[in-house]
Design a binder for this molecule. Structure first.
Ligand code: TGC
Ligand code: FAD
Length: 390
């Protein structure tokens, strides 16, 4: 049974509006009812619970801060963050389903698309009728996407797309892919590729020990003819995909807190129930040190996310500030998962408890959307003014 009630050591709820709390409670209830009872099973068999897409749409998890007219939730950035937190409390893979759909597919079409593209795709994406994916990473170009080789060549009223993308969340299921490719001048452009375009395939990647309830695949383009009407007209260059990443990284900074809270919650309960040497293990100083440090780190991460949310609401959150929060909060969550695993002893490695699943998931979260070290270098560049990448 899922007893989770959240933890709020610094009364951060007082900083939230009634709308934020309503959104939080609704998603929390949905996760308890729809995700917790099934997630270990799906993760165990490495299958994506695709039936959750409709429910995610119904609770407003797709593009919470995109205007309602364009298929989003019309809420603010803190509501978006808190929804991601509650989803990732359930599972990072379920949060990924929402991050990709909202921040990496709906957001670029909303921000950089034509009005026709917006009306054609956004309502269907918002309602979960269409599933989208986002193709930036390539087999040979991960942290350095500006070196991508996927390309388009002019062919009258269309472009001919060639190349391949790797590690693409939801690609085997997707109806459309937002794909980033270089034109003949080497300028990065965004294209909406539809699943039935000849020459386009999206094979699944198997064998993941992490994010097992999320489906991941490739995107392969073999002379795919993409109409020029499918090019995102309002952005050129790497800042197109990077601004989508800023939006998604912001959500992950909140999401990771959810995974950390679930691990802490499980460890705290277990430490009060599990008796060794004649007393609950929570009564030993070493266990208390772990728990005290966990709630301290969670509280710091909550405050970081809340402040970042306020900056984002005023369009003042810089990419480097978002990098700091993504990096700090994901690392915090992974460390907490590892400590929580120890508190559960041998039971911690089983799927009786959510901890090992979160820990394995967080290894991906530490790497995707910019690795732990890439975000450190972004902060380093921001504070020194010196670029360590090249
Ligand atoms: P650089 O010269 O620094 O920047 C190029 C242009 O982009 C602008 N920019 C940004 N704009 C918006 N948001 C950001 N975060 C931005 N960062 C940079 C920048 O101002 C510049 O604009 P302009 O007008 O001057 O052209 O580019 P660089 O080639 O040196 O690269 C910088 C670096 C290394 C930080 C960047 O490439 C990077 O972030 N690499 C990490 C790659 C990454 O995060 N990949 C993620 C793939 S998607 C994914 O993982 C989805 S997982 C989904 C899920 O399942 O949840
Ligand atoms: P690399 O870039 O090869 O990095 C390997 C190591 O080298 C890392 O530790 C890195 O930090 C380090 N490194 C690289 N450059 C430097 C440097 N300059 N200085 C110091 N260290 C450096 N991508 C998408 O486009 N769309 C998706 O939907 C998507 N979903 C994903 C889902 C999963 C499950 C996973 C695992 C990945 C997903 N990704 C997606 C890809 C993800 O964004 C990349 O894995 C990530 O950006 C890192 O790229 P890479 O794996 O090629 O590692």
């Amino acid at each position: 049974t899922d007893h989770y009630e959240g933890h709020d050591y610094y009364n951060i709820d007082e900083l939230l509006t009634e709308d934020h709390l309503l959104a939080r409670d609704a998603v929390r209830a949905w996760v308890k009812q729809e995700v917790s009872p099934i997630i270990e099973h799906y993760s165990n068999k490495a299958a994506c619970p695709t039936h959750l897409f409709k429910g995610l749409a119904e609770i407003g998890a797709f593009g919470p801060s995109i205007p309602a007219k364009y298929g989003g939730g019309g809420m603010d950035e803190i509501a978006y963050g808190i929804i991601m937190q509650e989803l990732e409390r359930g599972d990072s893979g379920v949060r990924s389903m929402a991050s990709v759909q909202g921040s990496l597919v709906m957001f670029p079409i909303y921000r950089f698309g034509s009005e026709e593209q917006r009306m054609k795709y956004l309502p269907k994406l918002g309602s979960g009728e269409f599933i989208g994916c986002f193709g930036l990473t390539e087999p040979d170009h991960g942290s350095d996407p500006s070196s991508m080789v996927t390309n388009i060549k002019d062919d009258g009223d269309a472009y001919i797309l060639n190349g391949a993308k790797m590690w693409i969340t939801n690609s085997p299921l997707a109806d459309i892919a937002v794909v980033w490719a270089k034109d003949e001048e080497g300028i990065i452009r965004g294209l909406i590729v539809e699943k039935d375009m000849p020459g386009f395939s999206a094979p699944e990647i198997h064998g993941k020990w992490s994010l097992r309830a999320s489906i991941t695949g490739e995107l392969v383009f073999d002379n795919v003819r993409v109409p020029k009407a499918n090019v995102l007209p309002n952005v050129k260059g790497l800042k197109g995909p990077l601004s989508c990443l800023s939006k998604a990284r912001y959500g992950i900074a909140w999401g990771a807190i959810g995974a950390a809270l679930d691990c802490y919650d499980s460890a705290l309960r277990y430490s009060k129930e599990r008796v060794q040497f004649g007393k609950p293990i929570g009564g030993f100083q070493l266990t208390q040190k772990k728990l005290a440090e966990m709630i301290t780190e969670i509280t710091k991460a909550q405050l970081l996310a809340w402040r970042l949310g306020n900056l984002a609401n005023n369009e003042k959150a810089t990419p480097a500030q978002i990098s700091m929060a993504k990096r700090n909060n994901v690392h915090m969550a992974l460390e907490i998962a590892r400590e929580a695993r120890q508190i559960h002893g041998g039971m911690g490695i089983t799927n009786e408890y959510p901890v090992m699943r979160h820990m394995m998931n967080l290894e991906t979260v530490l790497t995707y959307e910019g690795t732990h070290d890439i975000h450190l270098l972004i902060t380093g560049m921001d504070v020194t003014g010196l670029n360590a990448f090249s």
